[in-house]
Write a protein that binds this ligand. Structure first.
Ligand SMILES: [Zn+2]
Length: 106
């Protein structure tokens, strides 16, 4: 007898990371410096999230179980900003290299 057919489907619970990734495009995340971010929560509430950069712990003043999705939103924002900075730097390096090779070919 196959009992698997009788069991309820697994409850797919959205993780805080999944929730943060879903909400990221529509929420405001403002860097405040030193790993602190002003993060828009539900109902237009803003929370000051501290990612604990350079020691210390991640923190958010909301009442949710930690790590909450506000911390995830700040983490995503930081990762995207870093990736953007890396891309800009790579583009500058590539532009410099092509200028140098052009100069060398003259
Ligand atoms: Zn929070």
């Amino acid at each position: 007898m196959d009992t698997t057919k009788d069991t309820a489907p697994p409850v797919t619970r959205e993780t805080v990371t999944q929730k943060a990734l879903r909400l990221y495009p529509e929420r405001i995340v403002e860097p405040l410096g030193h790993g602190r971010y002003s993060v828009e929560g539900s109902g237009g509430h803003f929370y000051e999230v501290d990612l604990g950069i350079g020691g210390g712990h991640e923190s958010c003043p909301c009442l949710a179980t930690k790590p909450c999705y506000h911390i995830s939103l700040a983490t995503i924002h930081r990762a995207k900003a870093k990736a953007k900075a890396r891309r800009a730097k790579a583009e500058r390096t590539a532009a410099r290299a092509s200028r140098a090779s052009l100069a060398a070919s003259l």
